[in-house]
Design a protein around this ligand. Structure first.
Ligand SMILES: [Zn+2]
Length: 141
């Protein structure tokens, strides 16, 4: 597959989050500015953003106190764009624990030849933000 920077997912492609819908009918609206209504939607749309190289969406939805928050935006954008050249094969949601102000999403992301198993933590302020999580990567043999 030919991968062009930032053009990996077309509007008519299946959305990377695994909803079965087209990207334009799924996570694209969040990447264009709509707020996710809960942490699960946010998590899925962030996965899609990594897959499609929507670096600004990742930045905008990462909490300022997160250890993932990078002050140097140019450096951060570069890192996200580089990561987005990976093959995002599948997203599997294991558990979603919703709350008023905080929420958790446990998932497995199948990327290239490994599985990233993470329990992510989210906070709601003016909107939902990703804070961080515990994760481990396992090689697929
Ligand atoms: Zn989606």
């Amino acid at each position: 597959m030919l991968i062009m920077n930032g053009m990996k997912i077309s509007k008519n492609s299946k959305c990377p989050c695994g909803s079965g819908k087209k990207y334009k009918e799924c996570c694209l609206r969040f990447h264009k500015g709509a707020n996710a209504k809960n942490a699960l939607e946010l998590m899925k749309s962030r996965y899609s953003a990594y897959a499609s190289g929507e670096a600004n969406y990742i930045i905008k939805t990462t909490h300022k106190n997160s250890s993932h928050f990078e002050k140097n935006k140019q450096k951060w954008i570069k890192e996200i764009k580089k990561f987005s050249t990976s093959n995002f094969k599948k997203l599997e949601i294991i558990e979603f624990i919703d709350g008023e102000k905080e929420a958790f999403v446990e998932f497995k992301a199948y990327i290239d030849d490994y599985v990233m198993h993470e329990k992510s933590y989210f906070l709601k302020e003016d909107k939902w933000y990703y804070v961080g999580g515990e994760n481990e990567n396992k090689q697929i043999s």
